[in-house]
Design a protein around this ligand. Structure first.
Ligand SMILES: [Zn+2]
Length: 73
């Protein structure tokens, strides 16, 4: 199944999740889909352009190199 970015029609590869009480948001790989109402699917472009609202913390937990390159032994 193909997942699509919430902001555009590009294939999604990241998940933006948020915690309103904690005023924090984070971006993860799409391995784990968000529960409805707790996150959005985003493409790479929109994930990189994502900014946290004033007073919020944004943490990027993605591992961008993992799928493109093998880790040197
Ligand atoms: Zn997008």
């Amino acid at each position: 199944m193909n997942y699509r970015c919430t902001r555009c029609t590009s294939p999604a590869d990241s998940v933006m999740s948020f915690d309103y009480p904690g005023r924090s948001m984070w971006i993860t790989d799409i391995d784990v889909l968000p529960e409805p109402g707790t996150g959005y699917l985003l493409c790479a472009a929109h994930a990189s352009r994502l900014g946290a609202p004033v007073g919020w913390t944004l943490v990027d937990k993605r591992s961008p190199m993992a799928r493109l390159f093998s880790v040197p032994a």
